[in-house]
Design a protein around this ligand. Structure first.
Ligand code: ATP
Ligand code: MG
Length: 371
């Protein structure tokens, strides 16, 4: 045996065997489950179980899109107002798509305006920053989903809308279809489209005027013009598409400039994964806008949305609601219990790039609460 082998053997006898280094045990210690406190950047969303602030940092998130889920009365609209106020104070424009006008009071309190599209008709033939052919395609897709049209009916409607947009009057589209009514399929199309377009014939407002304001609530359901559910969904689609094209037409930008809060987003989600909202979510941050969708039922939201958005916030709800969320494999048992037994003003936030859902006491701003 060589000398160094002898020394190694002797030392293994006299030196106790090391089974684990202290540092190896760190993952087993409770302290290791604590994440470091966050740098205070972005907007405050709430406090974790240790009372540490948790932020939504739109500079760091891959996009500024978000989804807030919760059963009726859980506080979605209130939370959205609270977060919106924080980005507004940072110089971001905020627009609420507000089917029932419940954000008007808040918007007006902060010097913004409410635009009631039931009284002031939005011009859907003059979208800024988009060609007539793109826009006729867009509107025909919206009509297809809202009116359950076949693909061939949609294509004919697209041609009719193209003429209307080029000539600056929606009546042209109806005349185009009327001239083809002898075909029974087109007769059905004509009747459906006439009902859909009727309230938009005498426009008095365009999107650019609307965006001259920093804080807007866009009310668009029911009311004097007799907008039906279909009208309201069609209009929401058109407004979101206009906004999307408008922001794109301004070119690539690095910071967040516009947040659109879409209340009752199920009206679009139920139209399936091809709708304007899902498409907007697919867009990265580069055009400076974020769409925040508020929705009651998690199962109505196309699965890919959960993977696309920069942040998700789940508010508490009953068992069926929590089961739906858990079936999307996003939540642990503890998370489930937190939502099931959670009180108003609590919720779970999941941010893209951070795999751990955070259980929070939400930082709801007093100004956002409407009693
Ligand atoms: N954190 C809170 N503190 C105090 N009151 C709150 C809080 N969050 C919500 N509320 C109150 O609870 C009620 C319901 O809230 P909100 O309208 O935001 O719920 P929602 O989820 O949007 O409901 P819906 O699905 O019916 O639109 C409101 O009266 C609101 O003022
Ligand atoms: Mg609400």
């Amino acid at each position: 045996m060589r000398a160094y082998e002898l020394i190694a053997k002797l030392s293994s006898i006299v030196t106790p065997k090391v089974y684990a280094l202290t540092s190896d045990l760190i993952p087993l210690m409770p302290i290791s489950t604590l994440l470091p406190a966050e740098a205070g950047e972005g907007i405050l969303v709430g406090y974790d179980e240790l009372g540490r602030p948790i932020y939504l940092d739109f500079e760091k998130l891959p996009n500024a899109h978000g989804v807030i889920t919760g059963t009726t009365g859980s506080g979605k609209s209130t939370l959205a107002r609270s977060l919106a106020l924080s980005v507004y104070e940072e110089g971001v424009r905020v627009l609420f798509v507000d089917p029932h006008g419940e954000h008007c009071q808040f918007v007006e309190k902060f010097g913004g305006i409410s635009l009631d599209l039931r009284a002031r008709v939005l011009d859907i033939t003059q979208p800024p920053g988009i060609s007539p052919s793109q826009w006729s395609l867009e509107l025909s897709k919206a009509a297809k989903h809202v009116l359950s049209l076949t693909e061939s009916q949609r294509a004919i409607l697209q041609d009719a809308l193209l003429e209307a947009i080029e000539q600056g009057t929606l009546e042209r589209a109806l005349r185009y279809l009327e001239a083809r009514r002898h075909d029974p399929l087109l007769e059905e199309l004509y009747v459906k489209v006439r009902t859909l377009l009727k309230p938009f014939m005498r426009p008095c407002l365009n999107l650019e005027e609307l965006l001259n304001n920093e804080l807007v609530s866009l009310v668009l359901g029911g009311g004097a013009l007799g907008l039906t559910y279909e009208h309201s969904v069609f209009l929401t689609w058109a407004v979101l598409a206009e906004l999307e094209y408008f922001m794109r037409s301004k070119g690539v930008r690095s910071s967040l400039e516009l947040v659109v809060v879409i209340d009752e987003a199920h009206r679009l989600f139920v139209l399936g994964p091809e709708n304007v909202l899902v498409r907007a979510f697919q867009e990265t941050r580069k055009f400076g806008y974020g769409f925040w969708a508020l929705n009651q039922l998690p199962s109505q939201i196309p699965l890919e949305v959960y993977q696309l958005v920069g942040f998700l916030i789940f508010l508490p709800g009953p068992k069926e609601y929590v089961d739906e969320l858990a079936s999307l494999a996003l939540l642990s048992e503890d998370d489930r219990d937190f939502l099931l037994f959670g009180i108003r003003g609590t919720g779970i936030v999941v941010r893209q790039g951070d795999p751990r859902p955070r259980r929070l006491r939400l930082a709801i701003r007093e100004e956002a609460i409407i009693r």
